[in-house]
Design a protein around this ligand. Structure first.
Ligand SMILES: [Zn+2]
Length: 116
């Protein structure tokens, strides 16, 4: 196996682990951030805070989804199938993996999926 591929894969693994740690750190900070949102007597303030909390909930949802994707990507690194599109079996471009290290599909397949 060419060494270049190995180096690339381990760097993506490092990237995935770093992102994973960042997300987990944010998750830990979550409850405190919510607690500071509760004290607001004013109705307008309350509406704003409620919207913020909704946003926080959605962000948390997105975060846990990304965490799941990262875990899957790390599994693929371990299995040696990382960087291969699950749709067409072609290699996912390096640029795409740099922007989205947990990408499961190439740009073309992703477009097809989001269109349907
Ligand atoms: Zn594809």
């Amino acid at each position: 196996m060419p060494t270049v591929v190995k180096i690339r894969k381990s760097s993506y693994r490092a990237l995935l682990l770093k992102k994973r740690n960042e997300l987990l750190a944010e998750v830990k900070r979550g409850p405190e951030a919510l607690a500071t949102n509760i004290q607001s007597p004013d109705a307008v303030e309350f509406a704003i805070k409620a919207a913020e909390q909704d946003l926080t909930a959605r962000t948390a949802d997105l975060r846990s989804r990304v965490l799941k994707e990262i875990d899957r990507a790390l599994e693929r690194v371990a299995r040696g199938s990382y960087g291969v599109c699950e749709g067409c079996g072609e290699d996912i471009s390096q640029a795409r993996l740099k922007a989205l290290p947990w990408a499961r599909y190439c740009v073309r397949c992703q477009e097809l999926i989001s269109r349907n």
